[in-house]
Design a protein around this ligand. Sequence first.
Ligand code: NAD
Length: 724
Amino acid sequence: MSTPQPNGMNPSLLVDKDGIGWITFDDPGRKVNVLTEGVMTCFSELLGNVRNLVNEGRLHALVLRSGKGGFIAGADIAAIEAVLDPIEGAEASRSGQAIFGLLSTLGVPSIAAIHGICLGGGSEMALACSHRVASDSPRTQMGFPEVLLGILPAWGGTSRLPRLVGLGDSLDMLLTGRRVSASKARRMGLVDEIFPADLFREKVAVFAMERARSKAPPSGRRLPFLKGVMDRTRFVRKIVLSASRRRVQAQTGGHYPAPLKILDVLRRTLGRPLSAALKIEAEAAGELSASSVSKNLIHVFQLREEARKGKGVGDGTVQPGGVEYLGVVGAGVMGGGIAQLAAHRGINVRMKDIRQEAISSGLKHASKIFDKLVLRKKLQKQQAVRRMSLITGGIDYKGFGRLDLVVEAVVEKMEIKRIVLRETEEAVSRNCILATNTSSLSVDEMASSLSRPESFVGLHFFNPVHRMPLVEIVRGTQSGDHAIATAYALALSLGKVPVVTADGPGFLVNRILGPYMNEAGFLLADGASVDAIDRAAKRFGMPMGPLRLIDEVGIDVSRHAGQALYEALGGRLSPAPPLGALAESGRLGKKGGVGFYRYEGDREKGIDPDIYAVLSPTVPDARIMMDEREIQIRLVLAMVNEAARALDAGIVGRSSEVDLAMIMGTGFPPFRGGLLRFADAIHLRVVLRHLEELEERCGTRFAPADAIRRLAGSNHNFYQSFAG
Ligand SMILES: NC(=O)c1ccc[n+]([C@@H]2O[C@H](COP(=O)([O-])OP(=O)(O)OC[C@H]3O[C@@H](n4cnc5c(N)ncnc54)[C@H](O)[C@@H]3O)[C@@H](O)[C@H]2O)c1
């Protein structure tokens, strides 16, 4: 090897005796490689050196590789976040494009050797090479997650990808941000070869030598004939792009500009020279990177990362316990779901119930979820069978002695829970952590029946367990750090986003949702229609309207939760009369086939035409036209107001925790950056003015929370004041 680089330089170049140049990315300060400004500058200089060596006839092929377990995780998100205006954003895009332009015109073959994760800027770098090879490791994946951050691949990726793999596959990757495995990448032509991970470096060296020896110009792969013809036909392109646009519009309600902009760029650039395409790509990138939606999505990404890297406790020295054996007491909807999720992640599960039939139905519930995964090709049949076999169950405490953590998920009754927890504590070892999945009862009250309250926490999964990303870890007054850290680590290992809350009515998410759902009831009482209420919430960006949500949760469950909040928090949560009337009617919502809407099995069949007769006399005879903004303001400010109270009550310490929990637990629209970030954006003085006006018009339930008065008065916002 020759031309060594100074130690610690990232990336670095070595040229071997065969004249193959190896550029290695290995950031000494990070776990993964990131294309920061410094790395890109260094890379650009190295490409200058490479070009000189090529001209001198001393370098015949270039390999890009990583010195870490993954290839390149992407560009520097902090740099994207810092972009404030479109001109600056476009300029940043053009400088990246220029560097990858050097890479694509070296005059010798360039090979991206991809082992491990390759995302965003890393994938764009690979696209600028003449060849791409990947290892067969299951960790090797390629993707363009830019759209998830409200931007587009702007270092040539949006332009180069369709030219390499065709429009169809590009749309899938660019619009969804979905990653593909090495074999999928090979099938779509994104990589040329796959090599065994354990012989990767050797195989790459042989591949590079062969390419170096080949007299053919180092042009990469061409699109297969049929794909090429289709993509070159303007008419076909137009049909494909318009269909995609309609789909995106329907899925996002037009709230997310990035996928629409990507379609726009493709429409304007396909069939044109690459240089023209790159210009358009850079301008589009400038607009998107300076947009508030992109800033909000980046903010949400950072909140998730923070949660993923956290431990759930302030003391960094606390070590969480591992959970290899999990107990679940109560094999109902939640117990079955928790058992399935844990087994899916390779954890042994022991379920306990008081009835053998409940165990059978819990097992059936878990098995059904596995079947769906097999049906959707997310899992092979044998894998599903193997994972399902990790779950056993019975009506006694057999096997509880070896458990690391037990989740109690029996009926929502304090007395029963206390008895069950006491029994469980006697059956497990002293090291075992106990947790309750209660959604409304006091963790502290349960703890008072235990002899080791320091090993007891709340572990609040949401329904359906396998789909809802949030888990609230409830810290009782006596819960110890070790128990919290263990529950937190378990939630992470189950693929969930944990948020630690204090004990209190409804914990965090249900407490904030309570006034929101209740307000939907008051809107009905004021004459708004079911359709108008749910449509307004959806147009704000919620995944479903509050009345449809009540049906989904179950009218009985939601009434029970609403009542509990009312008893704990008082008058402002006094149940709206139409919701009481609905509960009295005996309707159950989706699970019973009818609520505000009608259902056939899992499918919603529209608003029930008899609903207003059922709600009578709590709603007026005739519906009124209520302004959509009025509905949105009432629904959203009801949540903001309660969130402010929850912060003052110390349920969580930081605004960012409220925002993460609401996005992950209720689907609060990520493009708004979170509930409190949204409130901050409209300004707390404006929020206060609206609340005062609503209090006058609608009643004391809108009385502004102290925190809002305080912050608005001192010209502060949530994020400044509740920063933790
Ligand atoms: N269903 C939801 O949407 C949801 C969401 C979050 C949290 N939760 C909470 O999860 C818990 C369970 O709810 P679920 O919906 O699964 O209830 P469920 O009625 O479906 O299941 C409860 C199970 O507990 C069993 N059980 C009752 N007494 C028992 C005892 N002494 N020992 C062992 N098992 C016993 C019952 O036989 C039943 O199988 C509740 O605390 C609930 O508040 C429910």
